[in-house]
Design a protein around this ligand. Structure first.
Ligand SMILES: [Zn+2]
Length: 213
């Protein structure tokens, strides 16, 4: 069986959402955020969501906008930190998009502006996957599933529409690889997601109490 983009969204949206403490939670959104990056598993796949982007409506309707992994062993938390404050391809894409949107030269976009955008607008879920080959395969299948889904699209206001990379500008993900791959999200890979997603009870005991009230 092949799992579709909607079922993927439904599952991932309910997992723990990590974000920087500066994240601006949209007013209508009451979900909680975990800013303790020490709870991020050492190896795995991350799935990002972005304020203002929606897809596959349900009670939580955010759209997946980027998927990535840690290439090196035990580096997932560091990899994610590099997006917030460091060097990463994702930051480069955000940089060209801010420049185009604001009508300024790329080198006039400051590191602080890029960090601020990511801190205030991005949340992410994480899936623990220890075997490198498995997380690589999962990354590919996830990107393929979302990129090729006919039902979810970027909003007109999506920052990615200003990105210098045509595959991002004309697509809906902050990814340029595997958009056209043929790797399906099989039930076996979906099981990896279900087993590896970090859920609230793993980071926040109060949330369990809340859920059981
Ligand atoms: Zn979709």
């Amino acid at each position: 069986m092949i799992v579709n983009c909607k079922d993927l969204h439904d599952r991932v949206r309910r997992a723990v959402r990590f974000a920087h403490p500066d994240y601006q939670v949209p007013p209508a959104n009451s979900k909680e955020i975990c800013s303790d990056f020490t709870k991020i598993p050492k190896n795995g796949v991350y799935i990002m969501f972005e304020n203002g982007e929606t897809a596959h409506p349900c009670d939580l309707n955010e759209r997946i906008v980027r998927i990535g992994i840690s290439e090196q062993p035990d580096r997932l938390p560091r990899r994610l930190k590099s997006h917030y404050n460091g060097k990463s391809i994702f930051r480069k894409h955000i940089r060209t998009a801010i420049a185009e949107r604001d009508g300024i030269a790329v080198d006039k976009v400051t590191m602080q502006q890029i960090s601020d955008y990511i801190r205030k607008n991005i949340t992410f879920a994480v899936i623990e996957v220890n075997a490198y080959e498995k997380r690589k395969e999962l990354e590919k299948a996830l990107i393929t599933t979302v990129a090729q889904c006919p039902e979810c699209n970027a909003s007109d206001k999506w920052l990615g529409k200003y990105c210098a990379a045509p595959k991002i500008r004309n697509g809906k993900l902050w990814n340029v690889e595997y958009l056209n791959s043929k790797t399906p999200l099989t039930s076996e890979l979906f099981q990896l997601i279900c087993d590896g997603l970090v859920f609230w009870h793993e980071v926040d005991e109060d949330y369990i109490k809340f859920m059981n009230d």
